[in-house]
Write a protein that binds this ligand. Structure first.
Ligand SMILES: Cc1cc2nc3c(=O)[nH]c(=O)nc-3n(C[C@H](O)[C@H](O)[C@H](O)COP(=O)(O)O)c2cc1C
Length: 394
């Protein structure tokens, strides 16, 4: 029924749709809704304490027996760098004064935590069918524990080098995350955003470079995007931004409002919110400090210093300091419950695939072209057919 079953078979899901883990926006209710609808619901843990993550997993396991994905960031905590932290503080001084906050006493700790032994205990306890990582992979002994808990392991690549690196570490599938994607870029081997690759160019190049199945992510928000991802060689899609308007998404009212009115060119990649490149809707902080600032300290330290500003501004209904995470295709989002959205995306994709198939048949018949499928030796797959079209003379 689907053009490619590799991810379906690997992850044990019915639909080739993975709801992207979105830290701060997704909790158990969305995960349950998507998994029950036949997709893969993903619980992001980067912003959850051990106890919160445990609580969410208990709810999920009580409400669904379908496969789920549990997601973690796996960055290295940067060493203390007082000079860089002071530079960032001074850069934000005027905003602290404007909002009547004390920049010297504010709590600047970031709650973005990397995968560690304790979180690994949760994986061993709840046995999620899939564990996904962002920013590469955790250290080898943690990865081995995840594997021995029975989870399939996936992670994001933004270049061919990253995809090959993940495959060498025995990732079961690779998320090819294009530059259009909302939230943090998963880039981990290089940090140059100016050379980042769009989904359309990235997916087929990664498909050709690795043997494991590839999941396309970035700018996919409706059936047209999913069909295109299949055409590029992906075996499934991971969709983030399009789920942000679901009632289950835990985003602020301000964020929701802005997403509803989002524009095609309203987003930018910035490092000012956390220290790592991430795509958001442009707001005042980005205009005045970003989008890429040398003053922003290493991930995740930049986030800590902004939190007091953000919280104070949000209480007054301002979005000046809020990271309004969004991909480039936000305008294509449909405001539906997560289960309904998942099923609708799947139904519309199948309908579009059938339509395209019928159109192609019709075109071939009408234009008297004969389709000869020849299997050419392919460096990666002996069974990958290459179709040649040959015009038949009248
Ligand atoms: C609000 C938001 C939060 C995100 N948080 C995470 C996260 O916690 N872990 C992760 O692996 N990816 C995260 N991402 C990236 C997604 O996994 C995915 O790559 C991206 O959403 C795909 O692009 P799209 O938003 O255009 O669909 C986040 C994306 C958004 C929009």
């Amino acid at each position: 029924m689907w053009p490619d079953n590799r991810v379906l078979d690997l992850l044990g899901v019915e639909l080739p749709i993975i709801q992207a883990p979105m830290a701060g926006a997704v909790l158990s209710d969305m995960v349950v809704a998507v998994s029950e609808a036949g997709g893969l619901g993903s619980l992001p843990c980067a912003l959850l304490s051990f106890e919160q993550a445990r609580g969410e997993l208990e709810v999920i396991r009580r409400k669904t027996s379908r496969p789920i994905n549990v997601n973690f960031f796996c960055h290295q905590q940067p060493p203390n760098d007082p000079a860089s932290e002071m530079r960032w503080r001074r850069r934000l001084d005027s905003y602290y004064i404007e909002l009547g906050l004390d920049n010297n006493t504010a709590d600047r700790s970031s709650n973005l935590t990397p995968f560690d032994d304790k979180m690994c205990d949760l994986v061993a306890e709840f046995h999620p069918e899939v564990v996904s990582f962002h920013f590469g992979l955790p250290e080898k002994n943690l990865l081995a524990r995840v594997r021995s808990a029975g989870a399939k392991i996936i992670s994001s690549a933004t270049t061919i080098d990253e995809a090959r690196w993940l495959e060498d570490q025995e990732c079961d599938a690779i998320i090819a995350q294009g530059y259009e994607a909302g939230g943090h870029s998963g880039m981990f081997l290089k940090r140059d955003v100016s050379t980042q690759i769009g989904t359309m160019a990235l997916v087929p190049q990664i498909v050709d470079a690795v043997r494991v199945p590839v999941i396309a992510a970035g700018g996919i928000a409706d059936a047209r995007g999913i069909v295109a991802a299949f055409a590029l060689g992906a075996s499934a899609v991971q969709i983030g931004t399009a789920y942000l308007l679901c009632p289950e998404a835990k985003i602020t009212a301000v964020h929701r409002q802005v997403l509803r009115k989002s524009k095609d060119n309203g987003t930018v990649v910035t490092n000012v919110f956390t220290g790592r490149p991430a795509r958001v809707i442009v707001n005042r902080l980005i205009h005045e400090v970003g989008p890429m600032s040398d003053d922003a300290p290493e991930f995740p330290l930049a986030a800590g210093a902004l939190l007091p500003l953000r919280l104070k501004a949000e209480t007054a209904g301002s979005r000046d300091f809020t990271p309004l995470w969004s991909g480039q295709a936000a305008r294509l989002s449909q405001e539906l419950p997560a289960a309904r959205l998942t099923k609708l995306l799947a139904e519309e994709t199948l309908e579009k695939l059938r339509f395209l198939g019928a159109q192609t048949e019709h075109w071939i018949t009408a234009s008297k072209i004969s389709l000869g499928a020849v299997c050419r030796d392919h460096p990666l797959s002996e069974s990958r057919p290459t179709c040649t079209l040959t015009s038949t003379p009248d």
